[in-house]
Structures are given as C-alpha cells and as structure tokens.
Design a binder for this molecule. Structure first.
Ligand SMILES: *Cc1c(COP(=O)(O)O)cnc(C)c1O
Length: 291
C-alpha cells in the first residue's frame, strides 16, 4: 500500500472564498493518502504507535460509511497491525463500499446491535484476545495529541476553521494554534450540546481556550444534505478545483462562505482545514457530484 505523505498537505490561498477584509487559505490534508485520509491519520498515529509497542490487535468502532473505520483498516495494514472494526447495526446483505474496502485491507468486521454499540461493547467473540481499543472517531488524549501535529504556520492565522464530529481534531488544532488564533468548529451533528465540554475535556490546562462551536451548518444532522449543499460543493469545485465531502468539509466551506458574507469579525487571515473524507461521497447517488 501507498505510504502516507504528510508533505503533500499543501497550504494555498483561495481567492474565491476571500474578500477585501479576509484572506482564506486551505490546508489540503485530503492529499496525504487516498484512504488514510485527512485528519484521520493525525488522530490515529499515536494510538497505532502504542498498539504496535504493546503487540496488540487494534479494535475500533464506526458506521457503515465511516472514514475512521476505513482509515484504521488501511493504516493497520500499512503498519503491520491486526485490526477489527465493530460496526453499528446488523450485518447488511451487501457491504457498503467503505466496508468492502476495510475488509479487503484485512479488517475483521463484527456487527453489533445499536444498543450494544451505544454501550461500546466489544463482542464476546473478541474478548480473551489481547486487544487495544481506539475510541470511536479517535476521541481521546492520544487522538488530540496526534491532531496537534497537523502542520500549519500557527502565528500567521487569526482564525482556524474546521468541521467537527467528536471534536478531537479541533482540540488538537486549538493546542497547535497561537494564543491570538481563534478556532471555530462547524459541528456536523445536530443538537450535540455537549461538544464544547467534550473538547474542553481534551485540552491541557495551560492551553488558551480560544475557540467556539458553530451549530448552524449541519444541514439537518449527521450525513444529511440538500440540493443547496450539493450545488455549493459543485460550485466550489468548479471555481477552485477543491473536492469536498458532503458529511464534513462541504458543510465547513459552506459555513465559512456564509459567515464571511455577513462578517466574520476582524479577521485578516483565515485557515480552513480540509480534513479529507472524500471516500464517503460514494454513498451518494451516482452523478450527484461533478467530481
Ligand atoms: C472524522 C472527520 C472529521 C471529524 O473529526 P473529529 O476529530 O471527530 O471532530 C472531520 N472531517 C472529516 C473529513 C472527517 O472524516
């Protein structure tokens, strides 16, 4: 399998999103690997290192289209680790492309009921073995520390914007940002009221908590979308050549553009983090997106 190439995470200016007051830049984490895409590699790196040192089998959780599941499967293959994915819901008659790929990279798949999944139960069939659990979405201290290695010139930006699921990447970005940089996370979940608390719980005490969560651009909730979002993603691609995914980064860029139109406050240089996730677009009907 192809190696991860962190040096491909280019930073570039996006005139189409910029205006007279604010220059918008994008950090293309989506370029570092086709499967271990975007933020997932950064969040996984220290967990995988620890699992490797402890000679354990990696176990993690996710849904049928999960970027985290596929990234974990591919990264474990690359690092010679055994791994299992605990998947929410009954085994489908036909696997999603994400699950097919994860299995083809050697991930053992276990399907558990939604109730067992909510309790994050590791199935009986796995217990007894020496395994290393990576929390769903990589949420946790090591995930945050890994995300803090996402490379960008911190002092240059007044604002950093990212899409937010568990908040792990955002916590890492807050750690990696200078004191004068405000980090804004665009939540992709509806009514995720504990998000601010969950991010704060990951932050070391001495880190300046200069961040906010924006709850206005989830488009109805996780993996929900409408014609307007799709139109915007196609428009962004035509104008800039930047492909986005409909679960996370499409909503991020949509939100940033909308906020800039009404004023983002005093902000000279704004960084958007393209956190990857493009494989998830395969769950859309063919032809929805032009890329
Ligand atoms: C998983 C994912 C996120 C969310 O990251 P969190 O650390 O869980 O907030 C954002 N963008 C993309 C593309 C992702 O795949």
């Amino acid at each position: 399998m192809q190696q991860i190439q962190e040096d491909l995470a280019h930073l570039s200016h996006i005139p189409w999103l910029s205006n007279q007051r604010t220059n918008v830049y994008v950090l293309r984490l989506d370029n570092i690997h086709p499967l271990i895409s975007g933020n997932k590699w950064y969040k996984l790196r220290y967990y995988l290192k620890e699992a490797k040192e402890q000679h354990k089998k990696v176990v993690t959780f996710g849904g049928a289209y999960s970027n985290h599941i596929l990234a974990t499967a591919a990264a474990c293959k690359l690092y010679g680790l055994e791994c299992a994915g605990i998947i929410r819901g009954e085994a489908p008659a036909r696997y999603s492309e994400t699950l097919t790929d994860a299995a083809s990279h050697g991930m053992e798949l276990h399907f558990i009921s939604r109730e067992a999944y909510a309790a994050k139960q590791v199935p009986e069939t796995l217990t007894g073995k020496q395994y290393y659990v990576i929390p769903e979405g990589g949420y946790g201290h090591l995930g945050m520390l890994g995300a803090a290695t996402i490379p960008f010139p911190a002092g240059f930006f007044d604002a950093v914007c990212c899409a937010t699921g568990t908040g792990t990447m955002m916590a890492g970005l807050i750690c990696a940002s200078g004191n004068k940089t405000k980090v804004t996370g665009f939540s992709v979940l509806k009514n995720h009221n504990s998000l601010t608390q969950e991010i704060t719980a990951l932050l070391p005490e001495n880190v300046q908590k200069n961040f906010s969560v924006n709850d206005s651009f989830h488009f109805g909730g996780y993996a929900r979308y409408n014609a307007e979002l799709i139109r915007f993603m196609n428009q962004l691609y035509t104008a800039t050549g930047i492909p986005t995914d409909f679960v996370y980064t499409g909503k991020l860029f949509y939100g940033v553009k909308a906020l800039l139109a009404t004023g983002f406050g005093e902000c000279r240089n704004l960084l958007t983090v393209h956190s990857g996730g493009l494989q998830g677009n395969r769950s859309l009907p063919k032809g929805t997106l032009i890329f």
